[in-house]
Design a protein around this ligand. Structure first.
Ligand code: BGC
Length: 813
C-alpha cells in the first residue's frame, strides 16, 4: 500500500476515530475500524512460545528453549527456524504481532528476566535478535523489539531512571535495537523505565534515533500499562498505547489535539503507522488472511529437540560424557528437577506447553529395559506457595480430574462454571455481574501431614478445607506491576493437617474489585520431607549405580519477570546433594536447569557439568540424547559465569532513590571481567562439545577498505575422535587508542563442523560496526585510524591466535 493510499485512509477518519485507534481495544488486541476496512491486530507474548490472546491452559502452545538457550547456540539459522516456528504458531492462533524478541542485555546475572534475554554481549544479542525477527517476519508475522531501552533488570522497573552515558547507550544497549530495525522489525516496545530522566514512552530517543536516524517505519507501542501521561507521550514517538481500553490517551487526547497541545500531524502519523502495520500483517483491506494450521507436532518436536541440544553448554567434562551405553547396567537419576524440570521462566512470556518430556522419562525411554534407572529426588526444594498438583485433584461435581471454576454474582448465584486443569486462573471468563471467582477441588493427598494451602490474588480472599475456614482476609494490592497483578500475584497461606488418601474439599474465593486484576490462584504444598533422609536415599541410589546424573536448578521463585534474583546459589540443599552424590559415585554428571547463571561451588569435584538452560518442552529427550552421545551439546556461553556472585564485577540491580547508574559504561559482561583483571568460572563463549579443536592460524585483511564489512579466516582442526561443531569467535582490541575501549570486544563468529582429523578454514564475517565507536564530540559514528588486533579462539578468555588489521587515516565510515 502506497503512502498516498495510507494518507487517504487516514483522512477518512475523524479525530475521535483516530484517537480510538491509538489505544488498544482489549488486553491483547488493537481496535478495528470498519470505516477503512481495518480489523483488529492481535498481539501475543513471546519468545518462548505464542500463548495466543488468552491465558488458558487448555489452549496449549509449542514451548521453545529459553532465549538464553537460543543465544547459546550461536546459530542464526537455527534461531530463524525458531522464528518461523513461532510464526506458524502465531498464525494458527490468529496472532499478528508477537511481542518478542527481548533485546535487553544480561547486564547483571541477577536480572529476573535473564532467561528471556539473549546474552551479555551487544553483538551476539544483535545478531540473534535480528535472526528471530527475520524468521518471524518472513513467515508473515510481525515481531516486536522490546523493551527499548536499558530495561535490563526488574527492581523498580516501573519507575527506575537508568543513567547511562551516550556512548554506552549507542554502542551497547541500543545496538541490538538498531540491528532489529535494520532487519525490518515491524514494532518496537517502549519500556516501563526512564533513561536519563525521560520516561521511555516519551523519550526523545524514539523520535531522534529510532524514527529519525534509523528510519524506523513501524509502530512504537508501550509496554503494558507503561503509558502514564498523555500530552508528552502523544507529542513524542509513541504510536500505540497498550493495553486498552482506557488509559491516558483515550480520555485526554481528543482535547489535547483540539487545544493544539498535540499537533494533528503527530496523531495522523501514529494512525498511519498502525494502518501500515495492519496492512503488513493482513488485517487491513478487503481479504483478511485465512488462519493457518498450528505447527505439526512431529516436526515441531524434532526441531525443538535440535534447538535444546544446540544451546546446551558442556562446561566441564573429564571424559565421562558421553556415557557409554554398553558399560551401563544401572544409572541413578537424582534431583527434583529430573522429574519436574523447569522448562520455562516466569512472567508474561509463559505458555502452556503441548507436552513436557522430563529428563527422567526420556532417559528411561532412551535406555530401555537393559539399564536399571533409579530416581531419587533428594531433599525438597524450597517452594513458595506451590501450584496445585492437578494429578491429585478432581472436580467436586463430576469427579473428573481438575478444578471447578465458578463465577458468582453478588448474591452468590452461579453465573457460569467450567472444569479447569490448573489452580492458576489468570484470565477467567467474567460474565456481566461477576462478583466472585471460586475455585474448588477435591484433593486426595498422596502424603499425610501438614499441608500449606494458599489463595493468591488481590482483594477479599477466603479459603476453606472441608468447610473449615483457613483464610478470610483483605489482601490489598501493593504494586502497580502488571506482571505481579495479572500473572504472579502473592497471597496468604495457612496450614491444614491431612491424612494420606483421604480426600478433602478445598474451596478458594476471591471477590472482584476495580484494580485488583483478574488472577486468582489456589496453591497447595505437601508437607516437607526430612532433608537428611532424602539426602541419604539419594546417596544410596548413587552408590549402587554405574553412574549418576544429578539434575539441579532454580525454582519458579528465583527467575521471573517482575523481580530480580537476590543470589546465585542453587536453592535448598542442592549443593550438598551434588557433593554427596559425587562422593558416592566416581562418574557423576551434573545437569544444570536454570535460565541464567548459578554458582557451582562443587564444579571441580564432579566429572561433568552440562547446562541445559530452561530447555522447553522437548528438553528431556534432548538431554537423554546428549548424555548418551547421540548428539553433541552444541552451545557456548552467551554470558560469563562467575564462581561467586561476589566476584561478578557488574551485578547491582537495585536503584538508589529510583536511580540505577550504569557506571561501568562500555564494560559489561566479559568486558567487565577483563577490565577488572578477574577470572570467572567460565568465560563468555566457553563450551566444550564432544571433540577437541586446535586453532592453527588466522588471517585478517591487512588494510581495511573504507567502512566495509570484512572477513577473518581462521584455520581449525578437529583433533578429537568424533565429528563436532565448533563456534569460532573473533574479538578485537586496540592498543594506544585515543578513545576509551573495552580490553577486547566480540566482533564476529561462525560455526563449522568437521570430521575427526579434518582441518577447515572458517570464514568469519565481521560487520563494519565492530570497528566504529560513537564520538560524543561529533555526535556521530567514527573509526579511529591505526592498528587493531584481531584475536581468534574459543571464548573471551581463550584466544590463542592474533593478527593485525590497519585502518587507514582517511577512513570515514
Ligand atoms: C512485559 C512485556 C509483555 C507485556 C504483555 C509486560 O509486563 O514487560 O514484556 O510483552 O507485559 O504481557
Amino acid at each position: 500500500m502506497s503512502d498516498a493510499e495510507l494518507a487517504r485512509l487516514v483522512d477518512k477518519l475523524d479525530m475521535a476515530q483516530k484517537v480510538r485507534l491509538v489505544t488498544g481495544g482489549t488486553t491483547w488486541r488493537t481496535r478495528a475500524e470498519p470505516a477503512v476496512g481495518l480489523g483488529e491486530v492481535v498481539t501475543s507474548d513471546g519468545p518462548a512460545g505464542v500463548r495466543g490472546d488468552s491465558w488458558d491452559e487448555r489452549n496449549t502452545s509449542v514451548l521453545l528453549p529459553s532465549a538464553s538457550a537460543l543465544a547459546a547456540s550461536w546459530d542464526e539459522q537455527l534461531v530463524e527456524e525458531m522464528g518461523r516456528l513461532l510464526a506458524r504458531e502465531a498464525r494458527g492462533k490468529g496472532v499478528h504481532l508477537v511481542l518478542a524478541p527481548n533485546l535487553n542485555l544480561h547486564r547483571s546475572p541477577l536480572g529476573g528476566r535473564h532467561f528471556e534475554c539473549f546474552a551479555e554481549d551487544p553483538e551476539l544479542v544483535a545478531r540473534t535478535g535480528a535472526a528471530l525477527v527475520r524468521g518471524l517476519q518472513r513467515a508473515g508475522v510481525a515481531a516486536t523489539a522490546k523493551h527499548l531501552v536499558a530495561n535490563d533488570s526488574e527492581t523498580g522497573r516501573l519507575t527506575v531512571d537508568v543513567r547511562v552515558d551516550e556512548r554506552t547507550l549507542r554502542e551497547v544497549y541500543l545496538l541490538p535495537f538498531e540491528a532489529a530495525v535494520d532487519a525490518g522489525v515491524r514494532a518496537v516496545m517502549a519500556g516501563y523505565n526512564r533513561v536519563n530522566g525521560a520516561s521511555m514512552t516519551a523519550s526523545p530517543l524514539l523520535t531522534d534515533i529510532v524514527k529519525g536516524e534509523w528510519g524506523f517505519d513501524g509502530v512504537v507501542l508501550s509496554d503494558w500499562g507503561a503509558l502514564r501521561t498523555a500530552v508528552d507521550t502523544a507529542r513524542g514517538g509513541l504510536d500505540l498505547a497498550m493495553p486498552g481500553p482506557g488509559g491516558p490517551w483515550d480520555d485526554e487526547l481528543v482535547a489535547a489535539v483540539r487545544d493544539g497541545l498535540v499537533p494533528q500531524a503527530a496523531l495522523d502519523d501514529k494512525v498511519r503507522r498502525l494502518l501500515l502495520l495492519a496492512r503488513r500483517v493482513g488485517v487491513l483491506g478487503p481479504a483478511p488472511r485465512p488462519p493457518r494450521a498450528r505447527p505439526r507436532p512431529g516436526r515441531a518436536r524434532r526441531l525443538l529437540r535440535r534447538a535444546a541440544s544446540a544451546g546446551a553448554v558442556l562446561l566441564a567434562n573429564d571424559g565421562v560424557l558421553p556415557l557409554r551405553e554398553g558399560e551401563l547396567t544401572s544409572l541413578a537419576v537424582i534431583g527434583a528437577h529430573a522429574d519436574r524440570p523447569r522448562v520455562q521462566g516466569g512472567g508474561s512470556a509463559g505458555v502452556f506447553p503441548d507436552r513436557v518430556v522430563t529428563p527422567l522419562d526420556a532417559i528411561r525411554a532412551r535406555l530401555g529395559d537393559g539399564v536399571r534407572v533409579v530416581h531419587s529426588p533428594g531433599p525438597d526444594l524450597p517452594a513458595g506457595p506451590a501450584p496445585l498438583d492437578i494429578r491429585h485433584c478432581a472436580d467436586p461435581r463430576t469427579g473428573e480430574p481438575g478444578v471447578l471454576l465458578r463465577v458468582l454474582d453478588r448474591a452468590g448465584h452461579e453465573l457460569g462454571s467450567e472444569r479447569r486443569l490448573t489452580g492458576r486462573l489468570l484470565e477467567p471468563p467474567l460474565p456481566p455481574g461477576a462478583h466472585t471467582v471460586e475455585l474448588s477441588t477435591l484433593l486426595t493427598p498422596p502424603t499425610g501431614g501438614e499441608w500449606l494451602f494458599g489463595v493468591a490474588g488481590f482483594g477479599r480472599l477466603t479459603l476453606s478445607v472441608d468447610g473449615r475456614v483457613l483464610i478470610d482476609d483483605d489482601f490489598p494490592r501493593r504494586t502497580d506491576d502488571p506482571a505481579v497483578i495479572h500473572v504472579d500475584p502473592p497471597g496468604p497461606t495457612a496450614p491444614a493437617h491431612l491424612t494420606a488418601g483421604l480426600p478433602v474439599l478445598v474451596v478458594a474465593r476471591r471477590q472482584l474489585a476495580a484494580g485488583t486484576g483478574r488472577a486468582t490462584v489456589l496453591t497447595a504444598a505437601p508437607p516437607p520431607r526430612a532433608a537428611g533422609a532424602a539426602l541419604a536415599e539419594a546417596v544410596t541410589a548413587a552408590r549402587h549405580a554405574d553412574a549418576a546424573v544429578v539434575v539441579v536448578g532454580t525454582t519458579d521463585s528465583d527467575e521471573s519477570e517482575g523481580r530480580d534474583r537476590t543470589g546465585l546459589a542453587l536453592p535448598g540443599h542442592q549443593d550438598a546433594l551434588v557433593r554427596a552424590v559425587a562422593a558416592a559415585n566416581p562418574r557423576t554428571v551434573v545437569v544444570v536447569n536454570s535460565g541464567g547463571p548459578v554458582e557451582l561451588p562443587w564444579r571441580e569435584t564432579v566429572n561433568a557439568v552440562l547446562l541445559t538452560w530452561l530447555p522447553g518442552q522437548e528438553g528431556g529427550d534432548a538431554l537423554a540424547a546428549m548424555l548418551l552421545g547421540d548428539t553433541e551439546p552444541g552451545g557456548r556461553l552467551p554470558t560469563t559465569w562467575g564462581a561467586r556472585l561476589a566476584d561478578v564485577p557488574v551485578s547491582a540491580t537495585r536503584p538508589v532513590d529510583d536511580v540505577l547508574t550504569y557506571a561501568e559504561g562500555l564494560h559489561v559482561g566479559h568486558r567487565a571481567w577483563l577490565r577488572a583483571g578477574r577470572t570467572p568460572a567460565y568465560w563468555f563463549g566457553h563450551g566444550l562439545g564432544y571433540t577437541a579443536w586446535s586453532y592453527e592460524n588466522v588471517g585478517a585483511p591487512r588494510l581495511l577498505a573504507t567502512g566495509a564489512d570484512f572477513t577473518v579466516t581462521v584455520q581449525v582442526r578437529n583433533r578429537g575422535r568424533r565429528t563436532g561443531r565448533e563456534v569460532v569467535q573473533v574479538y578485537l582490541s586496540r592498543d594506544a587508542s585515543a578513545v576509551e575501549r573495552p580490553v577486547r570486544w566480540l566482533a564476529g563468529y561462525a560455526a563449522v563442523t568437521a570430521a575427526p582429523g579434518e582441518t577447515v578454514r572458517v570464514t568469519v564475517p565481521v560487520p563494519a560496526r565492530a570497528l566504529r565507536h560513537w564520538s560524543v564530540a561529533d555526535r556521530a559514528w567514527a573509526v579511529e585510524p591505526g592498528v587493531f588486533t584481531v584475536h581468534a579462539g574459543r571464548s573471551a578468555g581463550d584466544l590463542p591466535l592474533t593478527a593485525e588489521l590497519r585502518v587507514p587515516p582517511e577512513d570515514p565510515l
